[in-house]
Structure formats: C-alpha cells, structure tokens
Design a protein around this ligand. Structure first.
Ligand code: ZN
Length: 111
C-alpha cells in the first residue's frame, strides 16, 4: 500500500556515516524521510534518460515502454519520501539491463 506520508514529528535517526540526525518521520507508516543531499528524482527524469539511451544502443520503443512501466510500478523507486538518487540508480540500472543489452558505464554516464 502506498502511503501519502506526512510528518508532524521528528526522531533521531542514524544517517549513513553513523551520525545521529533529527529526521521527519511519517506519522502514518513510520518511514523516515531522506534528508540528505542525495535526493531521489522524479520518474520523468529517468524517462528522459531512457530516451537518451536510444543514441547509445539499440533499443525499441516497446522495450522503453516496458522499462518505464516496471519503474512506475516499483513503489520504492517512486517513493521520494525516503529513497535516495543512489538507490534509484541501482534500481534503474537493474531494470534497464533486464530489457536492454547495455553496460553499466553507459547507463551511469547518462544518469
Ligand atoms: Zn508514510
């Protein structure tokens, strides 16, 4: 179930480097908000990357549609409340490589 996420409280939470920081936490589902500078991006950003991909490898419209559909259906990928761009990149590359034969380097250079 997707949550709309709203926070009226903050709690201490360890960020990646082990430092405790106050984070807004969703009052609905208890998920901590990503307050780092590594913020997730909207799906439209990745759709643009996909259209760029056509210049670098052979990829059909059908493949692009399937990739976009799978990303859209991934609740973690689209949940900008907590996901970081770094995590999105991993998911994105994983999904693209299921459909298209392309190296990580090419994908990372486009992101
Ligand atoms: Zn929530």
């Amino acid at each position: 179930m997707l949550c709309d996420h709203y926070a009226n409280q903050r709690e201490w939470y360890k960020i990646s480097n082990g430092i405790l920081k106050l984070h807004p936490v969703c009052s609905n589902c208890g998920t901590f908000k990503n307050v780092s500078s590594d913020k997730g991006k909207k799906l439209s950003y990745f759709i643009r990357v996909l259209s760029e991909l056509k210049k670098y490898c052979k990829v059909t419209e059908v493949q692009l549609r399937l990739i976009a559909k799978e990303l859209e259906a991934n609740p973690d990928f689209c949940d900008l409340w907590w996901i970081s761009f770094e995590q999105q990149k991993k998911i994105f590359i994983g999904v693209v490589k299921k459909y298209v034969k392309v190296g990580n380097q090419v994908l990372e250079s486009l992101l």
